[in-house]
Write a protein that binds this ligand. Structure first.
Ligand code: SF4
Length: 287
């Protein structure tokens, strides 16, 4: 049983096990299920993620604010040299696909939330391609992500309504960064450095969905969230460390979230939602 990153790393050190295994043993203990059952459920979650990260078509979303971004990014990256490269664009198009699926009532895996549901799948699928990982390694990545998510839930929040978008997309990026680091063979400490870096990168980000719908700016934040995860993992794997420990970063994120004005916490009264265009779109959507 671990309650924070420090305790999780101590378990890994004392038992000489990787982070994903510590997460799995804890899950067995907490849920009183077997290793096989947990791995089966994790594999099911992966299937859902893979399904939601594919081409969702032009599809109509609830508010009609997004749709077709997967195809646009795919066509763009397939037709010319891009600024961020093939991997980044592949990751972004998948994150955008998941967001569209969510906004059109498709099946998604809310890890940790529906609004941020594109970041982890896009990171896992694209990371596996780049690292030549098989399903077993991806499942280990998901377990690592789960450990990071659990710590954030226990010590802070993953709800935009409570902590702003930093809590939703920040938690998702942290989970994905840790998963990628694990899949790339990084040490447990490196996974938590990656997670800490990812949260710090969007510390203070408000939650301001137009018309209160999880479409805009949410979908683009999923695209940038997966890039945040990829770059944070690369930095950690290169040996760059977060100067502030993971647990303190989580605490700081929560403190910032609690101090945020209510207008910036999913009420659609601030930020992008409160711009003239945002308000006009909301009026049109609501009829
Ligand atoms: S802006 Fe709000 S609703 Fe949209 S993804 Fe971020 S936290 Fe979720």
């Amino acid at each position: 049983m671990y309650n924070n990153g420090k305790e999780l790393l101590a378990i890994c050190r004392e038992q000489n096990i990787p982070l994903w295994e510590a997460a799995l043993l804890d899950e067995i203990d907490q849920t009183e299920t077997t290793r096989e059952e947990i791995l089966e459920k994790t594999a099911l979650a992966l299937r859902v993620m893979q399904g939601s990260a594919g081409d969702p078509g032009e599809g109509k979303t609830m508010g009609g604010l997004i749709g077709g971004e997967y195809r646009k990014v795919k066509a763009y990256k397939d037709s010319r040299k891009t600024l961020t490269g093939e991997t980044a664009n592949r990751a972004m198009m998948r994150a955008l696909a998941c967001s569209q699926s969510n906004a059109s009532m498709g099946r998604i895996c809310a890890a940790p939330t529906a609004g941020s549901c594109g970041i982890l799948p896009a990171a896992l699928i694209t990371g596996a391609e780049e690292l030549d990982c098989g399903e077993e390694e991806i499942l280990r990545g998901i377990l690592t992500a789960a450990a990071v998510g659990k710590i954030i839930v226990q010590n802070a929040t993953v709800a935009g309504a409570e902590g702003g978008c930093q809590a939703e997309c920040g938690a998702a990026a942290a989970m994905a960064a840790a998963a990628l680091t694990e899949m790339a063979g990084g040490a447990p400490e490196q996974s938590l450095h990656a997670a800490a870096i990812a949260i710090k990168n969007i510390m203070g980000l408000i939650c301001d969905p137009i018309a209160g719908l999880v479409e805009s700016p949410c979908s683009k934040r999923n695209a940038s969230g997966v890039l945040n995860a990829l770059s944070s993992a690369d930095l950690a794997l290169a040996g760059v460390e977060s100067i502030i420990p993971f647990d303190e970063v989580v605490d700081a994120m929560y403190t910032v979230g609690l101090a945020m004005h209510p207008d910036f916490k999913e009420t659609a009264r601030g930020g992008i939602a409160a711009t003239p265009t945002g308000k006009a779109l909301a009026k049109t959507i609501r009829g």
